[in-house]
Design a protein around this ligand. Structure first.
Ligand SMILES: Nc1ncnc2c1ncn2[C@@H]1O[C@H](COP(=O)(O)OP(=O)(O)OP(=O)(O)O)[C@@H](O)[C@H]1O
Length: 333
């Protein structure tokens, strides 16, 4: 994509986006609701017309209609054909392409195995669970061996536990099949599970592109850090209350950066919520203001309790464009 922009009337849904998706890799478009992810995906598919260009292997696709791009699409709700069984759905693209029957049947069997639905070929799609339906939608999209698979929030209609399981399965299926894919999601855990690289979007623009580790270790600005789950972004110098040597620049505090324990900072618990394996507290901390902190479930303090906080340096991430000096320092290290 280069200089890709899409407008709806006065709304600039996508603005001047440039990036490449290397062959065989998975890129996640990650960002809050309304930031332009789906519009960008639809422009790649050819469903929206914008300015700038979308190229495949150096060839501009602007005159190429949706069905001739060779791209597969998977949407949030699968959109299966209700009157066909599972095999009939998966075989659809192959039948349209005139693939001979024996080859079609073999490919359908192979894909159902790949998505964990071996033995379900003859089931009616109306009898499938939401997770099974999305697996069928994925197998159907992969069957004609698309050049690129475009997935728009493929798991968001499912409940959380199923979503996590299916994200791991989907990541495996994409790797095993060597599929080049663009995945839209608003869930950073999902993006980090699925993708080799993540493009973080905000207000129509791509703010940061990198591997999950790079993006997670060094968000490019305060809003990106907050979006990725840093409960608080502050000047590094403010952490001097923990007795650390003063640091420079901005830092983000991940949810686990502060924990209840014998530390130098004191405060009062103003809210608490149970997570799976810990309790997340909101603490009005002296010298720091409102911060998140974690406590073990067994001894988690109640709202109103006085607590002390310990800083885990592993939960503190630098925020902002890496400076030239720090890049050189790192290279020297
Ligand atoms: N058909 C349309 N007509 C007018 N405005 C639109 C249309 N589709 C999207 N928009 C606007 O374009 C912007 C980007 O929308 P888009 O659906 O791409 O965002 P998104 O990041 O995919 O959001 P979500 O995660 O909620 O699906 C939003 O401001 C939205 O209101």
């Amino acid at each position: 994509m280069s200089g890709l922009s899409v407008r709806y009337g006065t709304v600039a849904a996508v603005s001047d986006v440039d990036f490449e998706v290397p062959d065989g890799s998975v890129l996640a478009l990650l960002g809050p609701s309304g930031c332009g992810k789906s519009t960008l995906l639809r422009a790649v598919a050819g469903l929206e017309v914008g300015t700038g260009s979308v190229c495949w292997d150096g060839v501009d696709l602007s005159g190429v209609p949706v069905h001739r791009r060779g791209f597969g699409l998977v949407f949030q709700d699968g959109q299966l054909f209700p009157h066909r069984d599972v095999a009939g759905n998966v075989a659809f693209g192959l039948r349209m392409a005139g693939t001979p029957r024996a080859e079609r049947d073999a490919r359908v069997g192979e894909l159902l195995e790949l998505v964990g639905l071996g033995g379900h070929a003859a089931r009616r799609v109306g009898e499938l669970s939401g997770g099974e339906r999305q697996r069928v939608a994925l197998a159907r999209a992969l069957a004609p061996r698309p050049r690129v698979l475009l997935l728009d929030e493929p798991l968001s209609a499912l409940d959380r536990a199923l979503r996590e399981q299916l994200a791991v399965d989907l990541a495996r299926v994409l790797r095993v099949s060597g599929t080049t894919a663009l995945v839209v999601t608003h869930d950073h855990d999902e993006a980090f599970t699925l993708a080799d690289r993540v493009a973080v979007m905000r207000a129509g623009r791509v703010r940061q592109v990198g591997t999950p580790d790079e993006v997670w270790a060094h968000p490019v600005d305060d809003e990106t850090a907050r979006f990725l789950g840093c409960g608080r972004v502050l000047d590094a110098a403010e952490l001097a209350v923990f007795g650390d040597p003063p640091r420079r620049g901005r830092v983000g505090l991940r949810p686990s950066a502060l924990r209840v324990g014998p530390g130098p900072v004191h405060g009062e618990v103003t809210a608490r919520v149970h997570r799976r394996d810990h309790v997340l507290l909101v603490v009005a901390a002296e010298g720091l203001g409102r911060v998140d902190a974690v406590a073990g479930i067994a001894a988690a303090p109640q709202v109103g309790a006085r607590v002390s906080l310990v800083l885990d340096p592993g939960g503190v991430v630098p925020v902002g464009q890496p400076s030239r000096v720090s890049i050189r320092d790192r290279a020297i290290e």
